[in-house]
Design a protein around this ligand. Structure first.
Ligand code: ADP
Length: 260
């Protein structure tokens, strides 16, 4: 064996094997690191509302008899934080299913203009502080993605546009078509995103301003789910933004006719 190991070809093989092994080890280490980070983030995300609930439960215990107002107020907080825990756990389950490539919904090849219009009609009465305009394409556009996914993707991006656009701002939704893709652009005149944060907003739990976003009820999971849903069907999402001027999110989904 010693003699065989002296041969240049064997040395070459060992060298390449070691390289491949190191590469694999590196990827494994990275995976473990990401998993640890995920567990830490998820625990933190659920721990905060749990502590708030605990605090208010104690207040109720202490003041229920003497001060019905305190009880009323604390019950309000408890309800609010319970909803938050439910939302985050639902989102985490959804992410886990997407990562296992579980087909959740049945296929319906939605018509993009119609979906965008329906969502606009649904959101306008709820958010009078911004003006939401839709620019449809004349021709119908059928996308290759389950309707529920497409609706949720649009709702996530639009709800963000609404959430991060101050009073008096406007949101324009443009539907268009490339040779093989349906395109929806959501443009807002909101607070924008600093350039150094842009690449991270699709990461799980990433929020540009954690304190502000907690007040907005954001978990930082919406865009991670959105990206996964699109990628599962060959779609993409990208963003351009300027702080204090606004953001443009571009969603692309393969057209039904292009899928073999
Ligand atoms: P969240 O639930 O916190 O909104 P998302 O995953 O949907 O989580 O978004 C991640 C972060 O990206 C948000 O916390 C916010 O800082 C930023 N963001 C997303 N959309 C916009 C937008 N239209 N304008 C400004 N910032 C945005």
């Amino acid at each position: 064996l010693d003699q065989r190991l002296e041969e240049p070809q064997a040395r070459d093989e060992i060298y390449h094997l070691t390289q491949a092994f190191n590469h694999l080890l590196g990827r494994l280490e990275q995976g473990v690191k990401q998993l640890k980070q995920f567990v830490a983030d998820a625990s933190h995300e659920l721990r905060t509302p749990t502590s708030i609930i605990e605090g208010h439960a104690n207040l109720i215990k202490r003041w229920a008899k003497e001060s019905p107002e305190i009880m009323e107020e604390s019950l309000g907080y408890i309800t609010q934080e319970t909803v938050r825990i439910k939302t985050v756990t639902d989102q985490l389950i959804q992410l886990a299913l997407l990562e296992q490539n579980e087909p959740i919904f049945r296929f319906e090849s939605p018509e993009v203009n119609a979906i965008v219009r329906t969502i606009q009609l649904r959101l306008v009465p709820l958010h009078r502080h911004v003006d939401i305009q839709v620019h449809e394409l004349q021709a119908p556009v059928f996308a290759h993605i389950p309707q529920e996914y497409f609706q949720q993707v649009l709702l996530n991006v639009l709800n963000n546009a609404i959430k991060y656009t101050p009073e008096g701002g406007n949101i324009h939704i443009h539907v268009s078509k490339a040779s093989d893709q349906a395109i929806v652009r959501v443009k807002d005149t909101g607070i924008g995103i600093p350039p150094e944060e842009l690449s991270r907003i699709f990461d799980r739990f990433y929020r540009v301003d954690k304190s502000r976003n907690r007040a907005h009820g954001g978990s930082g999971l919406g865009l991670a789910i959105t990206k996964k849903m699109l990628e599962a069907f060959g779609g993409t999402i990208s963003v351009e933004s300027q702080p204090r001027r606004g953001s443009v999110f571009e969603i692309r989904v393969p057209l039904l006719s292009n899928v073999k």
